[in-house]
Ligand binder design. Structure first.
Ligand code: 3PG
Length: 307
């Protein structure tokens, strides 16, 4: 059996070594395709793969057609919007993610972006502190919970909204649960986004919602670029010179944001929330173990597509 690690944005070497140990200990072969750039290289590499470990790499119907022996794809990470789940089901391929394994890394980067913004991008002028500020956590999943934990250390006043997480679960963490996204944005000085990219959430972070934020509002995005209505956010930031946007996922309109809002906008050049050795090891080795469990014992824990 051949397990392919196909990561355009590679894991740390120590994580690849750990994945290799798991795969080879199970008697399987490991193949590595990193920084491949063009889809053609991925299409070639998947031809004889029985299992694939990916990150944000796109697995669509064309890739699945090319992967004649494929049985399982594990997205080493949380969001699986990069995998065509229906096509995977149609090809009889199991898709899994590794929830929670990289969430601390993403949460820490959210604070990296927050501190950078409130210290005026480190331009030497007097900024402000996070202590005492109202932080809104938009979606209270694994990353949101880590954000809440870290925010307590900063002495922030913490609020959260999650359409699917019960209020008592949020409040058990000492976080104030609000009834709607609208209330979260109206209440908080800083909102940190942790929603997945789904049909319902795409373009949902729009003028009406972000426009509710109090003066000096800061929006931090370590989730997905697709959830932002970029045209409306640009319009809003033109109307309101007090708002800031910090993102780990470069928008399609990056150049427009950067030229129109210097000092109020920043994007990392490459999505790097989960780019730590620890997160790579956790998510990568979890993915390898899930593949071994699936191939050897048929274990389908963390399956995200229909059969
Ligand atoms: C995730 O969904 O797990 C994060 O967005 C990290 O994605 P990455 O593996 O592409 O860095």
């Amino acid at each position: 059996m051949k397990v392919l690690v196909a990561t355009d944005k590679p894991f740390a070497k120590v994580a690849v070594d750990g994945i290799r140990n798991e795969i080879e200990a199970a008697g399987y072969e490991l193949a590595l395709l990193e920084k491949y750039g063009e889809k053609a290289k991925l299409l070639e590499a998947v031809k004889d793969a029985d299992a694939i470990i990916i990150r944000s790499d796109v697995i669509d119907a064309e890739v699945l057609d090319a992967a004649k022996q494929l049985k399982i794809v594990v997205r080493a990470g949380a969001g699986y919007d990069n995998v065509d789940l229906e096509a995977a089901t149609a090809h009889n391929v199991c898709v899994m993610n590794t929830p929670g394994q990289n969430s601390n890394a993403v949460a820490e980067l959210a604070f990296g972006l927050m501190v950078m913004a409130v210290r005026n991008m480190y331009n030497g002028t007097s900024g402000s502190e996070l202590k005492g500020k109202k932080l809104g956590i938009h979606a209270y999943g694994n990353v949101g919970r880590n954000v809440a934990r870290i925010a307590k250390g900063f002495g922030m006043d913490i609020y959260a909204y999650d359409a699917f997480c019960p209020k008592d679960v949020i409040e058990a963490d000492g976080v104030k649960a609000v009834a709607s996204a609208e209330e979260l944005y109206s209440t908080c000085n800083i909102v940190s986004l942790h929603i997945p990219a789904t049909a319902e959430t795409k373009n949902s972070i729009n003028h009406a919602l972000v426009g509710r934020m109090p003066k000096g509002g800061l929006l931090v995005n370590t989730a997905r670029k697709e959830v932002i209505n970029e045209a409306e956010l640009i319009q809003l930031m033109e109307e309101r010179a007090d708002l800031k946007y910090m993102t780990d996922i470069m928008p399609a309109a990056n150049e427009e944001f950067a030229s129109k809002f210097p000092g109020r906008y920043f994007s990392t050049p490459k999505k790097m929330g989960a780019q730590t050795a620890e997160a790579n090891i956790n998510a990568g080795i979890a993915a390898a173990k899930q593949i071994v469990g699936f191939l050897k014992d048929g274990c389908e824990k963390f399956r995200v597509n229909k059969k």
